[in-house]
Design a protein around this ligand. Structure first.
Ligand SMILES: [Cu+2]
Length: 150
């Protein structure tokens, strides 16, 4: 798991000169759900709008947790939701908005033990895009929304 973070950091270094493109992406509704004290992972959500004329890809998220991954949610033949690590990231097509939302794509903050996400607090993170480079964001930690399976 260390490799993943190192790889992302290496990419950050390589991409620093591309920061000029940051205005091409609009990042909105950046929030994360508060977690129970015993939870090992928490979800982060947002909408990303690509206002440029070229596709971009969210290839990584860096934050102060042991591991941060990009996940999607898939349902198996029995309708059970499973999260899947998207190693290639999320493509944000030119001119389109991609939503990271509960039950779908999300950022997974992992290894939370003794460091839960607390409602009212914030989580600073850096989104890493293939073309736009690094974009700093702040996740507002909010109460977990009601889900159908509680
Ligand atoms: Cu997940």
């Amino acid at each position: 798991m260390k490799m993943t973070k190192l790889a992302v950091l290496a990419l950050l270094t390589l991409m620093a000169p591309a920061a000029w493109a940051e205005t091409a992406l609009k990042i909105e509704n950046v929030k994360a759900f508060a977690t129970a004290p015993t939870a090992m992972a928490g979800g982060g959500f947002m909408q990303i709008t690509n206002t440029s004329g070229a596709d971009d890809t969210l290839i990584g998220v860096v934050a102060d947790f042991p591991r941060v991954e990009i996940h999607t949610t898939e349902f198996d033949s029995e309708g059970v939701a499973r999260m899947k690590h998207l190693h290639d990231g999320i493509v944000i097509p030119a001119g389109e908005t991609v939503a990271l939302e509960p039950g779908g794509l999300h950022v997974m903050f992992m290894g939370l033990r003794d460091n839960p996400l607390v409602e009212g607090e914030t989580v600073d993170a850096t989104l890493v895009f293939e073309n736009a480079g690094e974009i700093p964001v702040t996740f507002d930690v909010v109460k977990r929304e009601m889900t159908h399976n509680h």
